[in-house]
Design a protein around this ligand. Structure first.
Ligand code: BGP
Length: 474
């Protein structure tokens, strides 16, 4: 195995999917607090207000808020040396626009960070993981309002300054490229779906909001480097790796366009500091090129990222043949690949696609990289002796770790791997609990009932050995 010494091994989470304590310590409401549970067939609902007798999974989630010591100890037992988590902006600035931060929120994260460090882990912090404060959504319509740029910068400056000697690795926005899609309008950009002024589904507004968020991200990267020049700050892209369904030139071209316009565009701006020409011409043609205020171009240039990070779960095919078979996927599906099998949730499992992706990204950017999400959601069954025989998860992860190894051997500068959901948590897509990714089983049902007891699955010891041996023992 070729994993470099000091390779970062761990797991990834997001506050709204595992923290709970939604009204504790002065925290304000965030977007996921108004999202109901759902399933593959029943999409989650976003309600304008908290409705009585409705279950909102983020409110308690798996209650890391009260279990963090126990949970972090378990991550330490698996030898994690990195842990990815997000800070909920609304715990620090409850409405998003206060002048002074909420000390109770800062103290909570300081306690968590101290506990991580005590247990041998370096924190990797996402500043915005689909959980914008509702104040930002309701008062400003999210990033469509330029004032939100500075509100985000104020929040980032507060946490980066507070934790400057304890946290080195930062990500600005989770899966930011999703902001270019209609269903990323609320999650990434905070555009209010209940707004009556016609912004919903308005692509021009969306690309302006995404531009404003890109400016905010660049400002934060620049500022972070001033706060601590050792900070490693990354973009985080939902990398939907795609293949042409056939070698037909039309399919190859269509696939290329998808890759550029959806998968590569946002990362290109964050890595290179300019809008790529393919995007400029695409947006200009549709009369949607965003307004650049004076200084924006310079900010984008000055705030380029130090590392490229991405999520990778599955791949899709692209074709001009509308009748080809569909497949589901992370945030979006595509056409099915006849050579791949799909998971229980219909996501096509493709470890070779990860090696391909790493080579592609190394070639494009030549930056250090981290795979900050990868894993298998499965409806695990707890056995009578409180474990889960999750060999399927071990197989999935072993194959993906081998793919990373092969890529490193071919010269890829991969510095870390944080698999998604080391402890079972709420699914972002469906709001379900039964879509489990963890090495640690949490006794909780889709409706939120359950004791929350934590149990180790078979994969727990397996991953502990993988990390301890730096990828040697798979
Ligand atoms: C990514 C998100 C995560 C996570 C993951 C798995 O898009 O960044 O928050 O949830 O997907 O998706 P799901 O929870 O829908 O299985």
């Amino acid at each position: 195995m070729t994993f470099p010494k000091g390779f970062l091994w761990g797991g990834a989470t997001a506050a709204n999917q595992f923290e709970g304590g939604y009204d504790k310590g002065g925290r304000g409401l965030a977007v996921p607090d108004l999202k109901t549970a759902g399933s593959v067939d029943t999409p989650r609902r976003f309600t304008a207000k908290i409705e009585p007798d409705v279950y909102y999974p983020s409110h308690r989630a798996i209650d890391f808020y009260h279990h963090y010591k126990e949970d972090i100890k378990l991550f330490g037992e698996m030898n994690f040396n990195v842990f990815r988590m997000s800070i909920a902006w609304s715990r620090i600035f409850p409405q998003g626009d206060e002048l002074e931060p909420n000390e109770a929120g800062l103290q909570f994260y300081e306690d968590v960070i101290d506990e991580l460090i005590k247990n041998g882990m370096t924190p990797l912090i996402t500043l915005s993981h689909f959980e914008l404060p509702m104040g930002i959504v309701e008062k400003y319509n999210g990033f469509s309002d330029r004032r939100v740029i500075d509100l985000f910068v104020r929040y980032a400056e507060t946490v980066m300054t507070r934790f400057k000697s304890k946290v080195t690795y930062w990500l600005t926005f989770n899966e930011m490229n999703f902001g270019a899609m209609d269903h990323g309008e609320l999650t990434v950009l905070g555009l209010n779906p209940n707004d009556q002024t016609g912004i919903k589904g308005n692509e021009k507004v969306r690309f302006q909001a995404l531009h404003n968020a890109l400016v905010a991200s660049a400002k934060v990267v620049k500022l972070g480097h001033e706060i601590n020049p050792d900070f490693m700050i990354g973009c985080m892209i939902c990398h939907i790796t795609s293949y042409p369904l056939t070698p037909k030139p039309e399919d190859v071209l269509k696939r290329k366009e998808f890759d550029l316009l959806f998968t590569k565009f946002v990362g290109d701006v964050q890595v290179r500091g300019v809008y790529p020409s393919y995007m400029t011409s695409y947006l200009e043609k549709k009369d949607m090129f965003p307004i650049f205020e004076s200084g924006d171009a310079e900010i984008l240039k000055a705030g380029t990222v130090d590392m490229y990070t991405f999520s990778y779960y599955m791949t899709i095919c692209i074709t001009t043949d509308e009748a080809a078979k569909d497949t589901a996927g992370n945030l979006m599906g595509g056409k099915a690949n006849p050579y791949l099998k799909a998971s229980e949730w219909g996501w096509q499992v493709d470890p070779i696609g990860l090696e391909y992706t790493l080579l592609d990204l190394q070639d494009r950017y030549n930056l250090p990289m981290m795979v900050v999400e990868n894993g298998l959601g499965f409806s695990d069954e707890l056995t009578a002796d409180f474990t889960v025989e999750d060999d399927y998860r071990i197989d999935y992860m072993r194959d993906h770790i081998k793919a990373m190894d092969a890529a490193i051997e071919k010269g890829v500068d991969l510095i870390g791997y944080t698999m998604w959901g080391p402890i079972d948590l709420i699914s972002a897509g469906t709001g379900e609990m039964k879509k489990r990714y963890g090495f640690i089983y949490v006794d909780m049902n889709n409706d939120g009932t359950g004791s929350l007891k934590r149990s180790k699955k078979k994969s727990f010891d397996w991953y502990g050995r993988v990390v301890e041996s730096n990828g040697e023992q798979l």
